[in-house]
Design a protein around this ligand. Structure first.
Ligand code: M6R
Length: 607
């Protein structure tokens, strides 16, 4: 998604802004641009494609000594991803960069046209810049102009704004999309994410939703939308929130898969005391958990697949209904919050707009909310009633891997916690599963990773096909959903996940020897039935790649990845790591850009 960086300070800022853009690249983008202010004149340079192209283009300009500037990586929403739509957009004396969407931007067009503004792009951003400029012309007051424009604009957005005749200050707006202030000595910055701040910046403020900031060399001020001053809550910048390095790995994705054992260990250690689950550190209200008669789960993409995994376990352990729904559909399906219910949201970034919207809806209805989040102080973490942090460390690769593995491990522990709180799981059983999750799981994931070559060997033939099925039953169906998402997002193979028994109700007609099937079978209760489904597709010509314990039936499978011997609740999580490696190596064999798949963004901050 779009990335914003702005600098007001004492040093020439061109390179600071460029480094910030490079650090924001992982979010996903298709063009980039920069605006520098010098002697009351903007220099605006934009380029389609990579930040390196922008840097190249900037070399044609005289190096700027400007100490005030804004820059942007754009992920197209309104208008094709070309130079004319790249940010910053300038209208009159105003230059603006924007992350998010302005839904009613068309309404600004007649107002601006009447005042002789003309448009050079198809973007909602340019219309917002126009409105701010118009009100600045009328009032001469940047804050009044911004606040007035924001009252007219509908949507979810963050802005960084400069005015040509204001050489010392940049303005930031946060209304739905994240924006942070970096605090330095004689300098202040604005950024969509802490990764963009230079290494020496050690404090930041996450702007509150509905706030405006004014940053300048000697500090910053914060206001609400009616321009009353508000207090800032300064946070230290921790190592995890900084820019990331590949540490010798070719790709972030592979590095992050290799980090899974340590991330699981660290996360579970935070929620286990005396061998039993203990979520007191998260502030979750135990009395509410004890009374739950149902639970809602909302999340997106990979996090949703972790949510489906959690639904399976919570229903199994607690025998209460759990309603899991993709967050983008949550509010449109008008959820029924009956009895003693709560909402669990799951998000790696903590900034996903759809998930945040689901959380806000539940809060409006007075529903207790729990968030499973990886990024400290993110919007979802700040707004939920209780936060259970995954300690997965920074995840840079667009394809989420370690976050998912850690989420499934942590949600297994949480389900166990709910079960033991409510007496549906005995203390002894809870202790046993707790031990398996915290001790055995990291070791077994390590074992799977050590056999990466075996997974790679499965990928040669799969990489030559254009479609694939992932099939499994029960909890394995959810592992398949995630496996298929991973394969399609980075290798562009059209991979579909199907409950194994459902194929013969229609989609088995697609099976041929060009249509490989990846079967996941980890549960004894469904092993024979899944084995029958494997035979069904194999006898119709499909190459079947089976991921299952060594002692499960294997006939019909062309190749088998035998899962390490482990307690049954761990096996689906181990199978997930296999599917992540499978997606990674298949994508590599197809020559795909693994860490930056086309059209995708790491943090999806628009609805
Ligand atoms: O940051 P979140 O976990 O809220 O992100 C949700 C999805 O956008 C995300 O999981 C996405 O599906 C993955 N990057 C896919 O690998």
């Amino acid at each position: 998604m779009c990335g914003i960086i702005g600098y007001a300070g004492k040093s020439p800022c061109q390179n600071i802004l460029l480094s910030g853009l490079y650090a924001l690249e992982y979010r996903g983008y298709d063009s980039a641009g920069i605006a520098l202010l010098d002697n009351e004149r903007f220099t605006i340079i934009k380029s389609r494609g990579e930040v390196s192209r922008l840097e190249e283009k900037m070399k044609a300009f005289q190096a700027s000594e400007s100490t005030l500037g804004i820059a942007h990586t754009r992920w197209a929403t309104h208008g094709e991803p070309g130079e004319r739509n790249a940010h910053p957009h300038k209208m009159g004396k105003t230059a603006l960069v924007h992350n998010g969407i302005i839904e009613n931007y068309k309404e600004a067009e007649p107002i601006l046209a009447e005042k002789c503004y003309t448009f050079c792009s198809d973007t909602d951003t340019e219309r917002a810049a126009g409105l701010i400029d118009l009100y600045y012309r009328e009032t001469g007051d940047p804050l009044a102009a911004i606040s007035r424009a924001c009252k007219k604009l509908r949507g979810s957005y963050a802005f960084a704004v400069m005015f040509e005749d204001r050489e010392n200050e940049i303005y930031g707006v946060r209304l739905g999309s994240p924006l942070l202030i970096g605090v330095g000595d004689g300098e202040s910055l604005l950024a969509s994410d802490t990764a963009a701040f230079p290494a020496h910046i050690d404090r930041y403020i996450a702007m509150e939703d509905g706030s405006i900031s004014r940053i300048f060399r000697d500090g910053f001020q914060l206001f609400d939308m009616s321009l009353a001053k508000i207090k800032a809550n300064e946070q230290p910048l921790t190592q995890i929130s900084r820019g990331a390095h590949k540490d010798g790995y070719e790709h972030f994705m592979r590095k992050e898969i290799h980090e899974e054992p340590a991330a699981v260990l660290k996360t579970l250690a935070a929620y286990i005391k005396n061998g039993l689950p203990d979520f007191s550190a998260s502030g979750v209200d135990t009395s509410i958990l004890k009374q739950l008669s149902s639970l809602h789960i909302a999340a997106c993409g990979t996090a949703m697949h972790a949510g489906l995994f959690a639904k399976f376990l919570i229903e199994k352990f607690l025998r209460i209904p759990v309603f899991a729904e993709v967050a983008s559909e949550f509010r449109y399906n008008e959820p029924i919050f009956d009895g003693n219910t709560a909402l669990l949201v799951i998000s790696q970034s903590g900034e996903t707009a759809d998930t945040l919207a689901a959380l806000r809806l539940a809060k409006e209805r007075g529903i207790y909310s729990i968030a499973v989040v990886n990024v400290p102080c993110s919007s979802i973490a700040r707004e939920a009633d209780a936060v259970i942090y995954t300690h997965a460390g920074r995840e840079v690769s667009v394809a989420s891997t370690k976050a998912y593995t850690v989420q499934t491990a942590l949600l297994s522990l949480f389900a166990l916690h709910l079960g033991s709180l409510r007496g549906s799981i005995s203390q002894k059983e809870a202790q046993k599963i707790c031990f398996s999750l915290s001790r055995e799981l990291p070791e077994k994931i390590d074992e799977v990773i050590a056999r990466e070559d075996e997974v790679r060997a499965l990928c040669h033939s799969i990489s030559q096909k254009e479609s694939a099925f992932f099939i499994g039953r029960g909890v394995d169906a959810h592992i398949c959903a995630e496996g298929a998402l991973k394969l399609k997002e980075i290798s562009y193979i059209n991979a579909q996940a199907y409950p194994a028994g459902e194929l013969k109700h229609g989609t088995i007609s697609l099976i041929s020897n060009d249509f490989p099937v990846i079967a996941v079978s980890t549960q004894l209760c469904s092993a024979e039935k899944t084995a029958a489904n494997v035979r069904e597709v194999a006898s119709r010509g499909a190459d079947v790649y089976l991921i299952a314990p060594a002692d499960f039936p294997q006939d019909g499978a062309k190749r088998v990845f035998a899962l390490p011997k482990a307690a049954e609740p761990l096996l689906p999580i181990l199978a997930a790591t296999v599917t992540q490696l499978l997606a990674y190596h298949t994508a590599l064999l197809r020559g795909c850009n693994v860490d930056k798949p086309r059209n995708l963004a790491k943090s999806v901050t628009v609805e």
